[in-house]
Design a binder for this molecule. Structure first.
Ligand SMILES: Cc1cc2nc3c(=O)[nH]c(=O)nc-3n(C[C@H](O)[C@H](O)[C@H](O)COP(=O)(O)O)c2cc1C
Length: 211
């Protein structure tokens, strides 16, 4: 009995160390502090298959906080950020997308329109602004890198924007409660990867010139 009690305690300690935010993915943990940022940038990939469990709210709060610490012109912070982990919302938008493109549902393992992500962040900015799109891009990348540093995968999904702009998706767009005069720029899928981390698509170094 005593042995059983000890085993239960040991298991509880082990589980609490793992916590609700565990993930085996992400950058290698053994690099130095200096290398860690580069390692995170270089190993982040767009992830297009996720486990069902939503990213835990603690992690999402940190990810979004990192987002809003991005630079913005004159510190205007012109973005609006909406974190959605409601299955009802995600399934609702998926139903709209499936109406428009039924073939999508035939993909193997298809669960939702957001590459099966359980958590989606919608990023919007003013329709007319000095640098709203640029600033929101910086915010988006901050979120994706912060996520990857914690083993949370992500993928920008520009394809969501026209679906959300359609008449059928209007109730979902309204649920996002974007400020008056704002437009949706992108949806970003977040979740724990359920696939091999893909190789980096080739980059074109000729776009860079040292003068
Ligand atoms: C603004 C933007 C929109 C994107 N839209 C989509 C999309 O709709 N679907 C998708 O699978 N990937 C999308 N991506 C991901 C790109 O395909 C991906 O970043 C690119 O191929 C480079 O791969 P990597 O992110 O793994 O380095 C988008 C990326 C950006 C920046």
């Amino acid at each position: 009995m005593r042995k059983l009690f000890k085993s239960v305690i040991a298991l509880m300690v082990a589980l609490s160390a793992v916590g609700c935010c565990a993930s085996e993915c992400g950058p290698k943990k053994e690099c130095s502090k200096e290398e860690a940022v580069i390692e995170t940038i270089m190993t982040r990939r767009s992830i297009r298959s996720y486990k069902e469990e939503p990213v835990c709210r603690e992690q999402m709060a940190k990810i979004v906080e990192c987002g809003i610490y991005a630079p913005s012109a004159m510190n205007m912070q012109p973005w609006a950020v909406r974190v959605v982990d409601s299955k009802e919302f995600i399934d609702g938008v998926t139903a709209v997308a499936l109406q428009q493109n039924p073939k999508m549902g035939e993909q193997e393992g298809f669960r939702n329109f957001f590459r099966n992500a359980p958590t989606v962040v919608f990023v919007a900015c003013p329709e007319v602004s000095y640098s709203g799109e640029y600033d929101s891009g910086l915010l988006s990348q901050n979120m994706m890198l912060a996520a990857w540093s914690m083993g949370v995968g992500s993928c920008c999904l520009g394809s969501v924007v026209p679906v959300m702009a359609s008449e059928e998706a209007k109730p979902y767009l309204e649920m996002l409660q974007l400020p008056e005069g704002y437009k949706l720029l992108v949806a970003i899928a977040f979740g724990y990867p359920d696939c091999e981390i893909p190789e980096a698509p080739e980059r074109d170094a000729t776009k860079v010139m040292f003068l």
